[in-house]
Design a protein around this ligand. Structure first.
Ligand code: CP
Length: 298
């Protein structure tokens, strides 16, 4: 099927093929669907980058975009997720791009749909297109993943980006370690070595920072923003300890001055805006793959 729910079900060979196609799009490849195909972007959680980079990708591929957010819809009258997606299927959507706060929301709706879902983020579960755009950004920098030292730092427990990335980077041959408050390492500590950022900066090729997800913490943060920054964040002083060619990634939005010093968002090591640009190319590759597998083009 053309669906993309997590990267777990994709082989490294398939991932490499998607990255290759994304690289072609990033280098200027132009491709448009010749038939009328509707893609519904259903966002039940806030989004800037994912929602609008999907929309740019869809428009550049010549697809018809249906742009839906929960706030302005019959969800407000109590309509369920299943009835919402069945509605889009009934009115002619060919592909659904969905972001939803519930982990694995797709389990309850997938079996009742005959059109593919592309997961744009489920709760603290997965965010496969974010992982692919992170991989593309790393590949452009280092050509290969094998042997790269990648540190994923910060709020891992609440992060759907960390989960997707730690697993796929390991499969691709990178050495992944985690850093940040010990109590935020739940689910990672058994598999990945927990290191201090200070220690890891001498050998890290990629420092992947995560946003502190205040909305998923229920007010349990015990540090002030500045205390957190000094103890666990990438400060200007820590950035100066990084290897010459090492890069900084962050999925954004960034809490400036908390996980990352505000001055470093646009520094020469930062690939944060490159990641966003790559998001359009990756989403084009994922959409084209879905259309080809579902045989919508023929
Ligand atoms: N990185 C990311 O998913 O950003 P948005 O929440 O703005 O889509």
């Amino acid at each position: 099927s053309g669906e993309l729910l997590t990267l777990e079900s994709m082989s490294t060979r398939e991932i490499s093929a998607v990255l290759q196609e994304a690289e072609r799009f990033a280098s200027g490849k132009s491709w448009r669907a010749e038939k009328e195909i509707f893609v519904a972007n259903l966002f039940f959680e806030p989004s800037t980058r994912t929602r609008f980079s999907f929309e740019v990708a869809e428009k550049q591929l010549g697809l018809q975009v249906l742009s839906f957010t929960g706030e302005n819809s019959s969800v407000q009258k109590g309509e369920s997720l299943l009835d919402t997606v069945k509605t889009f299927e009934a009115i002619g959507a060919n592909v659904l791009v969905i972001r939803h706060p519930k982990n694995e929301y797709y389990e309850e709706i997938g079996k009742n749909l005959s059109i593919p879902i592309i997961n744009a983020g489920d709760g603290s579960g997965h965010h496969p297109t974010q992982s692919l755009l992170d991989l593309l950004t790393i590949q452009q920098e280092f050509s290969s993943f094998r042997g790269l030292n990648v540190i994923i730092a910060g709020d891992l427990r609440h992060s759907r980006v960390a989960r997707s990335n730690a697993d796929v980077l390991t499969r691709l041959g990178a050495k992944v370690k985690v850093a940040g408050p010990k109590e935020w390492m739940t689910g990672y500590a058994d598999t990945y070595e927990h290191v201090s950022l200070d220690e890891a900066l001498s050998y890290a090729d990629v420092v992947m920072l995560l946003r502190i997800q205040h909305e998923r913490h229920d007010g349990e943060m015990t540090w002030t923003k500045n205390d957190y920054h000094q103890q666990y964040g990438l400060t200007i002083e820590r950035e100066s300890q990084m290897k010459r060619n090492a890069i900084i990634l962050h999925p954004a939005p960034v809490n400036r001055g908390v996980e990352l010093a505000s001055e470093l968002v646009e520094c020469s090591r930062s690939r944060i805006f490159k990641q966003m640009k790559n998001g359009v190319a990756v989403r084009k590759a994922v959409l084209k793959r879905a259309l080809e597998i579902e045989k919508f083009l023929f």
